[in-house]
Every structure is written in C-alpha cells, then in structure tokens.
Design a protein around this ligand. Sequence first.
Ligand code: G
Ligand code: G
Ligand code: MN
Ligand code: NA
Length: 254
Amino acid sequence: VRLMHALRSALEAKELFVVYQPQIDLATRRPVGAEALLRWKTKDGTFIAPDRFIPIAEYSGLIIEIGEQVMRVACEELVRLQALGFTDFTMSVNVSQVQFRHPRFLDTLRNVLADTGAPASRIELEITESIAMEEPDALIELLGKIKQIGVSIAIDDFGTGFSSLSYLQRLQADRLKIDRGFVTEITSSARGSSIAEMVIQLGRNLGLSVVAEGVEDDRQAQILAALGCPLAQGYLFARPMPADQLQKWLAHHA
Ligand code: G
Ligand code: G
Ligand code: MN
Ligand code: NA
C-alpha cells in the first residue's frame, strides 16, 4: 500500500520515465527499432524495478494512466527520430493485460497516434504470451482491430507459455520475441538451443519476424544468426537508455 501511494505521487512528480533499448538486425548489426521500457527513480535517487512496481500499477489501476503516458512518450520519441532521418525505425511498447481489457484501450491508442502524429505502421505493441492465453475470442477480436489501425503485435516472452500453433495463427501476431531464458541457454548445451531454434523456425514458417531478447555475448549472437534469427536486442548491443542517448547511439550505429 505504501508503494502504491508512492507510485501515485511518482506519477505526479514525474519520477517515472521511459528508456529505450535498441533492436538490431543480426545480419548487419544495424538498429531497426527500439523497445520502450519504463523506469522509476525516486526522489532519493533509488531505482525501483518494473517487476516490482508494474504489478502494483496493475492492481491499483494506475497502469491505465501510466501505460497511456508511456505510449505517448514513445510515440513522440518516434516522431523525433523520424525527423532526424531514422524513417524505417520501429518503436515497441509493452502493454499490460489490464490496459488491454480496458474498454477505452482502442480509443486511447487512436488518440495517441493522432495527437503525436506517429505512424501506426512503425508502432508495435508487445503482449506477453500469458495474456495471449486468456479469453481467446475477445483478444483475437481486439488484436484484429489494432491491426486494422496499422499497429503491429509482438508476442513477448515467447516460449514460456503454451499457445498452440493454430491459436498463434489466429492472433495475427507479426513478431515473436524469444524469451531471454532461452537465449541464455543457447550456449550451454545442444538441448539448450532447441527452443530458440524452434521459435526461429516457427517464425520462418508462419512468416513472422523473430527477436531474440537478452543477447549478452557474441557467441549467442553468432549462434542466433547462424540459426537464421533476424533480429536481437540485449546488453551486447546496447542497454536501455534515455532518449537523448538513444539519438546519439543511433547516430553512431545506424
Ligand atoms: O527493462 P526491464 O527490467 O525494465 O523490464 C522488466 C519488465 O517490466 C519486463 O517484463 C517489461 O516487459 C516490463 N515493463 C517495462 N516497461 C513496461 C511498460 O511500460 N509497461 C508494461 N506493461 N510493462 C513494462
Ligand atoms: O518486456 P520484457 O520482459 O522483454 O523486458 C525486457 C527486460 O530485459 C528488461 O528488463 C530489460 O532491461 C532486460 N534486458 C534487456 N537486455 C538484457 C540483457 O542483455 N540481459 C539481461 N539480463 N537483461 C536484459
Ligand atoms: Mn518486452
Ligand atoms: Na520478454
């Protein structure tokens, strides 16, 4: 409860901010996009991890307001990057299941796109595979409407849930994100790489883009590239960073 009050005032005091982690093309090692990630730095300078405060934001309902802010800020940053010449750049935004279930979610998305002028075709929403498991029919309908707007869908933490292939196809997702856990295992054993391999293959067969998450060393990147994984993000390439640093990073790496 204390953290919930703190989070409410953090929102008002602007202690919440968005950082961006580049996503790169594994074949060329050039950036193709970024994932927006929320951060909370309290007045005394300590960071509270999203894994701690997002669940609180979810059950308190604050995630509706916070999530809209993240979407807005990320869209504004995308527009800025486009003006700087990064026109093919994609911005990915994490969306909580609480946001998805909110009746005004689509209106909010449309309003943010209209207000910021961000091109829908360059925005991607990340939903976790666990959200994808619930209320299939309602979710499929909502995702269909999101895609009609022109916004893409990525399934985050893919491989940790149990979605069937036919369901995955009905979701009309555009991209699968291989969970970091499977990327870490890739170098440990032949069995360790089997899930990553399967997801890459699945992406190829279904015509979906695939991003490997949490790539930390070059051996992982080389194995993923050899397996035909198109995209990656992780500390090897870049950590999540504030907007001004992202612009400098892109100027050096694009
Ligand atoms: O970078 P990292 O520690 O920031 O993120 C930890 C977790 O918090 C990840 O699962 C990530 O998806 C989630 N997360 C980060 N930012 C956001 C956000 O803006 N909205 C939602 N719903 N989840 C987020
Ligand atoms: O939304 P998602 O659950 O995918 O959130 C991504 C999380 O992974 C964020 O917390 C981000 O900061 C973190 N992350 C990104 N790259 C790496 C990495 O290379 N190693 C580790 N350990 N964490 C990473
Ligand atoms: Mn994510
Ligand atoms: Na993930």
